[in-house]
Design a protein. Structure first.
Length: 86
C-alpha cells in the first residue's frame, strides 16, 4: 500500500529510496500511527526527497506534528479525499 502512495508522488526510479526513508519511522516502540504518518509524509513531501526526509525526522520527534495536516492543511485534506485514506 505504501508503494502506491510513493508512486503517486514520486517517479518510479525514486520509489525504493522513498520506502527506505519511510522505514526510518516505525521500528521504535514509541512510534505511533505508523501507516498514517508514513502516508502523510509522502503527501506532504509533494515529490521532494528532501522534504520527505525532513518530515520523517519531524515525526520521530512528535508524530502529531505530521498528522495535524489532516485537520488544517487544505491541500493534504484534498489529497486524502481524492485518493482515500487507506
Amino acid at each position: 500500500m505504501m508503494e502506491d502512495w510513493a508512486r503517486r508522488y514520486f517517479p518510479e526510479d525514486h520509489v525504493a529510496e522513498v520506502l527506505s526513508v519511510l522505514a526510518e519511522y516505525g521500528p521504535e516502540s514509541w512510534h505511533r500511527e505508523v501507516a498514517r504518518v508514513r502516508r502523510d509524509a509522502v503527501i506532504v513531501s509533494r515529490g521532494s526527497i528532501d522534504k520527505l526526509k525532513e518530515t520523517i525526522k519531524l515525526a520521530q520527534w512528535d508524530y502529531r506534528d505530521v498528522l495535524i495536516g489532516e485537520e488544517v492543511d487544505p491541500w493534504l485534506i484534498s489529497e486524502l479525499k481524492k485518493y482515500g485514506k487507506d
